[in-house]
Design a protein around this ligand. Structure first.
Ligand code: GTP
Length: 258
């Protein structure tokens, strides 16, 4: 009769010591030995069940994490363009603002608005407009650096976040975007003589420095965008406190806008 416990089992030290003692004592006690074998058999089956449950629980935990990741992605992604949606863009802005607060990095925000986009919808239909928005998103992704972010801010309005960038550098990025969109041609169909969709952009630029209020910076970018629209579109305007205010004031008193 063996006095060794099954080897492939995982016992706690206390259980192992007691079982081992009982096994040795049961050598001359048939009844005790039978009870002990029964208990060890139960223990083996229980341990296998626990093992199975723990593997299932590991797998479920992995699946829950993956579902959470997919859910997070779904609520922060714009389904048409695949860019961040407004909520995703705000989260990215807030993260960048708090990062900037810890150092002196700062970043620039660009608000982009397509010019006379309504004409594309009105002339070629909403699906053509959607197609054009998708191509705009592709164009943004191609033009920007890996660590820049872009999101769909509203219907035909986009936001670009340029970390560690000053206003001069942001102006260069804006020029690159203006040119890329100006040159973008989106064929409406494969048919010969089908018209190409095209459009221009207006951009407002503002800079966030450590300690700034994010909403105020966004409002500044919006004012600069308003200026870009009113000064002829297809251009970028940078928010500079005095000049922008003066220009907006002048627009307010202009006979065409007052
Ligand atoms: N196809 C499509 N159109 C959209 C979507 N969201 C907004 N729009 C359209 O975008 C157009 C915006 O029109 P407006 O606000 O007048 O702006 P605009 O024509 O671009 O003129 P400006 O901004 O002044 O240059 C409207 O026709 C909206 O219907 C969308 O998801 N898909």
């Amino acid at each position: 009769m063996s006095t060794k416990l099954p080897k492939d089992m995982r016992y706690t030290q206390a259980i192992e010591a007691r079982l081992q003692r009982l096994l040795e004592r049961s050598q001359h006690d048939e009844e005790l030995r039978e009870d002990l074998d029964w208990l060890i058999g139960k223990y083996v089956r229980l341990e296998r069940k626990l093992d199975k449950i723990s593997r299932i629980s590991d797998r479920l935990q992995g699946e829950v994490l993956e579902l959470n990741r997919q859910l997070r992605q779904a609520v922060t992604t714009d389904h048409l363009t695949g860019l961040l949606n407004r909520r995703g863009a705000v989260e990215r802005l807030e993260a960048e603002a708090s990062r900037a607060g810890r150092g002196d990095l700062g970043f620039c925000v660009l608000l982009l608005d397509l010019d006379h986009f309504k004409r594309i919808n009105d002339t070629y239909g909403h699906d053509a407009g959607d197609l054009f928005l998708e191509k705009i998103a592709e164009c943004l992704r191609t033009c920007l650096r890996q660590y820049d972010s872009s999101g769909r801010w509203g219907g035909e309005e986009f936001l670009v976040l340029l970390p560690g960038t000053n206003l001069q550098q942001a102006q260069l990025v804006a020029d690159k975007l203006l040119q890329a969109i100006r040159q973008l041609r989106v064929p409406l169909s494969q048919q010969k003589n089908a018209p190409d969709l095209h459009c221009t952009l207006s951009i407002g630029i503002a800079r966030f420095n450590a300690g700034d209020n994010l909403n105020q910076v966004l409002a500044c970018a919006d004012q600069a965008l308003y200026l870009a629209k009113n000064q002829g579109r297809d251009q970028a305007q940078t928010f500079c406190p005095q000049q922008t205010q003066q220009a907006l004031e002048a627009l307010r008193h202009h006979p065409c806008t007052s």
